[in-house]
Write a protein that binds this ligand. Structure first.
Ligand SMILES: [Zn+2]
Length: 171
């Protein structure tokens, strides 16, 4: 099934796939298979540099946030677009469970991270969604206008029913 968000992008010509380019709102995107992200993770883990994946996720979100903001999008609109883009990019379906603006605190769930599902079969890993944590952390740093950190506190990879992320202010 094609998401209604994707259909809307297609119909309004906000998405363009041609000449070796995949563009959403004039911005270039690049696709990679889930397995290629797993490969990247394994390499980063071996090099003890999993935090790079987190930073990579942060950049993904900050770019989307700033881009939509530049076009005059309000916070709610940016949030909807960000949720749709994360969904479209195949990182999983994110659900904002709880937000406390004044405390820079939030709880986010993801019920179907493909990377977590992949690792759940091996049963050898703990938390594996560093990129997704960075994506969520990057978004909320912009949302709260304060640097926050996102920590994965439950993961399907280690047998939890779904992945859960906690946002708190950066110390
Ligand atoms: Zn996870």
């Amino acid at each position: 099934m094609i998401s209604s968000f994707f259909k809307k992008l297609l119909l309004s010509r906000r998405i363009e796939i041609d000449n070796g380019k995949f563009k959403v709102f004039d911005k270039n995107f690049m696709l990679g298979s889930m397995q290629s992200f797993v490969f990247l993770r394994e390499e980063m883990k071996r090099k003890k540099s999993l935090d790079t994946l987190y930073k990579f996720g942060e950049v993904i979100s900050k770019e989307i946030y700033d881009y939509i903001k530049k076009f005059g999008g309000g916070k709610e609109e940016i949030c909807r677009f960000w949720l749709n883009m994360t969904n479209l990019a195949g990182f999983g379906e994110i659900e904002i469970f709880e937000v406390k603006d004044k405390e820079f605190y939030a709880i986010i769930n993801c019920k179907n991270s493909p990377i977590a599902e992949h690792y759940s079969r091996s049963g050898k890993e703990d938390m594996v969604d560093e990129i997704l944590a960075g994506i969520i952390g990057g978004f909320f740093s912009s949302w709260f206008e304060k640097p926050v950190v996102c920590e994965e506190i439950a993961c399907m990879a280690k047998g939890n029913k779904y992945c859960q992320f906690k946002i708190s202010s950066r110390k």
